[in-house]
Design a protein around this ligand. Structure first.
Ligand code: SF4
Ligand code: SF4
Length: 204
């Protein structure tokens, strides 16, 4: 749900000929968390995407949607179970690529299509419902994980353990982290610590 707050001319032509215009996420609106209202918007946007399919190769969200439509009895969005909508939402990692580079229907186009903002709204609705797995909470708590795994000595142990196959198999089983996914290395000398003692040079 993105509220049009800008005054730029709303064009009827296909867009992408100028920079996309992003409206603020309307999260103070009481309807923002209304699931029925959310699904009405998901249906509107998914149906436009089904007719366009330009983003088929950007991430796993779009193929999930298009494959489900193609496998449905009706070959249209109305043949897709609502559970698949949540799968589409889960596969979006909010990179913004579809909005910034591909979509011809972003504002100022009158269809006002902002796919990442809609995914963000759906994720917020899901979170408020409490429909969040423990592994999602843990893996997205990067500050917490970083501060624990970044303790001196612990960082070295964690980095070494993350290179061991049995540990990666365990991470796969318990947290759903793919055994071949590249994991970040943890450092105890963080940038914040290094910057704390940094003295800017005075101007000559
Ligand atoms: S913002 Fe989401 S849906 Fe769009 S390309 Fe990125 S991951 Fe895919
Ligand atoms: S986000 Fe835009 S460009 Fe991408 S499939 Fe949907 S309508 Fe097409």
């Amino acid at each position: 749900m993105s509220a049009p707050t800008e005054t730029r001319h709303e064009s009827r032509r296909e867009g992408s000929l100028e920079a996309p215009l992003r409206h603020a996420l309307d999260w103070h609106n009481p309807q923002f968390y209304d699931e029925q209202n959310l699904f009405a918007e998901l249906e509107r946007v998914f149906d436009i995407c089904h007719g366009c399919r330009r983003c088929f190769n950007l991430c796993n969200s779009f193929p999930t949607l298009f494959d489900a439509i193609d496998a449905s009895d009706t070959l249209e969005l109305d043949g897709v179970p609502k559970k698949v909508y949540w799968d589409v939402v889960d596969h979006c990692y909010l990179c913004d690529m579809c909005f910034m580079t591909k979509c011809p229907y972003v504002p100022p186009h009158e269809w006002n299509l902002d796919f990442p903002h809609l995914m963000l709204r759906a994720k917020a609705v899901k979170f408020r419902k409490g429909d969040v797995r423990g592994r999602d909470k843990l893996l997205t708590s990067t500050d917490l994980v970083g501060s624990l795994a970044g303790i001196p000595v612990v960082a070295q142990v964690v980095n070494a353990a993350n290179k061991l196959k049995p540990v990666r198999a365990l991470l796969d089983k318990t947290l759903g982290v793919h055994p071949e996914a590249i994991l970040p290395e943890y450092h105890s000398a963080t940038l914040r610590k290094r910057m704390g003692s940094h003295q800017p040079k005075s101007a000559p």
